[in-house]
Design a protein around this ligand. Structure first.
Ligand SMILES: N[C@@H](CCC(=O)N[C@@H](CS)C(=O)NCC(=O)O)C(=O)O
Length: 213
């Protein structure tokens, strides 16, 4: 049976993006169920579908898996050849570490510079704490690229779960004009040009820019 992925609006839902990119990377066919943040009842719609009250939610037959990181791990087990995690053990450990850091951290960046792909608001949210998160993220990117990135333009060379996890940050940096070093600029360019990511951006740009809080 094909997968179903429940997500929220592509312009705004950063956690949805992470799981969607990972699922696309597997090459599996899936149905997408998008709950629009333009619907005043979108929170209710999600709560009625998802035990955690959050998206993304991956449905695989009778199994409903919540949380982007758990979804990535499940997909990696189902599709070990999809390259979600790097093949090299050291690279894989660091990839998991930087995904976990994204998953549990960078609260200042997340709250002051929410993902909004359509936004063009340089300077918005540039509070010191959020800019400090941006500096740490650029250090992570530089370190991954230098140590593990020889095989391609992404954090671990080929596109991996780490890029799924940091793609929303790329959009935040672009929307809010965060100052970037040369390595980060090149990485951001590579991410937005990646075909799966470009497909998501095109869909996000077609959406109404409405978010009922
Ligand atoms: N830790 C979760 C976070 C999921 C999350 O916060 N999702 C937001 C959308 S980006 C959500 O479902 N919000 C619904 C609501 O707050 O009602 C994950 O990694 O998937």
């Amino acid at each position: 049976m094909a997968f179903e992925l429940v997500i929220a609006s592509k312009n705004f839902s950063s956690w949805s993006l992470r799981a969607w990119l990972a699922l696309e990377q597997t090459g599996a066919s899936f149905a997408e169920r998008l709950i629009s943040t333009a619907d005043p009842d979108w929170h209710g719609q999600i709560r009625r579908l998802s035990p955690s009250g959050k998206v993304p939610l991956l449905i695989d037959g009778g199994l409903a898996i919540g949380d982007s990181l758990a979804i990535v791990e499940y997909l990696n087990e189902r599709f070990p050849k999809a390259g979600l995690w790097p093949a090299d053990a050291a690279a894989r450990a660091i990839a998991r570490s930087v995904c976990a850091e994204m998953h549990s951290g960078f609260m200042a960046l997340r709250s002051n510079m929410a993902m909004d792909i359509q936004a063009n608001a340089p300077g918005k949210g540039h509070v010191p704490e959020a800019l400090a998160d941006a500096v740490r993220i650029q250090t992570i990117w530089r370190d991954c690229r230098e140590r593990f990135g020889a095989g391609g333009p992404f954090l671990f060379g080929a596109f991996s779960a780490a890029d799924c996890f940091y793609a929303p940050v790329v959009f935040r940096f672009r929307s809010y004009g965060v100052p970037l070093d040369e390595n980060a600029k090149a990485y951001c360019d590579a991410v937005v040009a990646e075909p799966k990511v470009a497909k998501w951006i095109a869909a996000a740009l077609r959406e109404p820019r409405i978010y009922h809080g």
